[in-house]
Design a protein around this ligand. Structure first.
Ligand SMILES: Cc1cc2nc3c(=O)[nH]c(=O)nc-3n(C[C@H](O)[C@H](O)[C@H](O)COP(=O)(O)OP(=O)(O)OC[C@H]3O[C@@H](n4cnc5c(N)ncnc54)[C@H](O)[C@@H]3O)c2cc1C
Length: 445
């Protein structure tokens, strides 16, 4: 039985007039929600509307597609462990044959230090992770790094290893979620949909071809979510930040195909092997290090995303990343990451990280003063004041790796079921602060 159904911008005759739930956005968050909703309540009539001509047309296109389990905040650690279980058992959890399509590689993550202070920080991270039960993470002193990974060179003073980490094909994951559903309809090329609210309740979603009446609507539109929220008369508490990545079709000989993903020291340029001969690079490059006007604060986050996001591709990003890695590893011109062959045939991408804003991520001190911080926690919750309106947004830099658990959490919320784990309450709008939920690739201590 062919059950998954895709339609491109159906006219009034083809548009479903009613649904049990409408999901807006067909990235990892939206498709995972469809998968989890159907699993929790088989037969649910779900309509997913995606503005692009195919699923996964948002930030996942720029993603490094990595996953890792070493997260210091319990809610994030639990979320990633559950998601990894799904990746590792994709044939049973998603659909038969999904494992093959995901092309999962579990070659680990290696966070590097280049001095004694960095080494001490990694040791502390690992101590904390062990105390949290993540005993598979390892602290590797310099001698062990040099024995296991001689190609990294003599400058590395220590490493933190997450041997369960790895990467997969994010587009295949999105389609695996979709193909695992039976009763969800996928409407593509759906531009300008808007949420209709009546009497404090969701009434459905209006499209150019008519209305889809539904009691439940999920906003899962990545960086487009604030604009979607406005159609329901609300401002979502999220901000966006452009990020870049690039793939090279070539890799220097010493950098092996079975290498872990290497996270270098601050400012954390990272690289992993890609395909047979290539590599994929990223780092948390400050896209805007100067104030717009003299004296103004540096604008680190944007309220309004600018489209197309490619506007934020800095042409220097690939050469800067390579130069940074070459400097950290001590590669001279023509060697390792300083080999000019890296700069040929680059595919350079940009996408947005979406995060909680200062109204839903802050610590309160003993004087009652609020201190905003950069939270890594998604918002997986209902919107207070509008019955039936839900959010799966702010997946920051890990919305691919966290997608399965995020789908299950929001499905539980939407169906009024208990959360799969009580710690997932930390993804609610009202959880303003959670310990060790900060930083990105650097673990907060
Ligand atoms: C450079 C970079 C590297 C990254 N690396 C990793 C990584 O290694 N591992 C990891 O787990 N994550 C990574 N991420 C983060 C990850 O890509 C995001 O967290 C994830 O894509 C968020 O999923 P999402 O579904 O919320 O949003 P998106 O992936 O942005 O998907 C949103 C979808 O909604 C659609 N949409 C938007 N507006 C509308 C609308 N009005 N109507 C209908 N549809 C709409 C979009 O077309 C898109 O298909 C990275 C991101 C970037 C930018």
């Amino acid at each position: 039985m062919v059950t998954t159904r895709f339609f491109s911008n159906p006219g009034p005759d083809g548009l479903p007039k009613t649904a049990d739930a409408v999901i807006i956005g067909g990235g990892p968050a939206g498709t995972a929600a469809a998968w989890a909703l159907e699993r929790a309540q088989p037969g649910l009539r779900i309509v997913l509307v995606e503005q692009g001509g195919q699923l996964g047309m948002g930030s996942s296109l720029a993603s490094l597609e990595n996953f890792r389990t070493c997260w210091a905040a319990p809610c994030l650690a639990r979320m990633m462990q559950r998601s990894l279980t799904v990746f590792q058992n994709a044939d049973e959890e998603l659909h038969p044959g999904a494992t093959a399509t995901l092309s999962r590689k579990q070659q680990g993550y290696l966070f590097l230090a280049f001095n004694e202070r960095g080494a001490a920080g990694l040791q502390q991270d690992v101590n904390h992770l062990h105390a949290c039960g993540l005993t598979h993470t390892e602290f590797l002193p310099a001698s062990e790094v040099h024995t296991r990974y001689p190609w990294l060179g003599e400058r590395v003073t220590a490493a933190k290893s997450d041997p369960h980490a790895g990467w997969l094909d994010s587009n295949a994951l999105i389609y695996a979620f979709a193909h695992s559903t039976q009763t969800t309809r996928y409407l593509l090329d759906m531009r300008d949909v808007s949420i209709r609210v009546q009497g404090g309740k969701v009434a459905g979603v209006a499209t150019a071809s008519g209305m889809i009446a539904a009691p439940l609507v999920l906003i899962a539109a990545g960086a487009g979510s604030r604009a979607v929220g406005r159609t329901a008369g609300i401002e979502l508490p999220i901000v966006v930040q452009p990020r870049q990545s690039f793939t090279t079709p070539w890799r220097h000989d010493a950098f092996p195909e079975d290498s872990p993903c290497v996270i270098s020291a601050a400012p954390f340029p990272h690289v992993r092997p890609e395909a047979r001969d290539g590599a994929i690079f990223g780092w948390e490059y400050r896209w805007n290090s100067r104030p717009a006007l003299p004296g103004e604060p540096v604008q680190e986050y944007l309220i309004e995303p600018r489209w197309p996001v490619e506007h934020f591709k800095d042409p220097r990003f690939p050469s800067l990343t390579l130069a940074l890695l070459a400097r950290q590893f001590g590669h001279r011109a023509g060697e390792g990451f300083a080999d000019p062959r890296y700069l040929r045939g680059i595919a350079h991408r940009a996408g947005y990280y979406v995060s909680r804003d200062h109204t839903v991520a802050y610590r309160t001190d003993s004087n009652g003063k609020r201190h905003p911080y950069h939270s890594q926690r998604a918002i997986l919750d209902g919107w207070p004041g509008i019955d039936g309106l839900y959010l799966s947004v702010a997946h920051v830099g890990h919305g691919v790796m966290s997608a399965p658990a995020a789908g299950e959490i929001i499905a539980a919320r939407m169906l009024g079921n208990p959360l799969p784990d009580p710690v997932y309450a930390d993804f609610s709008l009202s959880a303003a602060y959670v310990e060790r939920d900060a930083g990105g690739l650097s673990l907060p201590l």
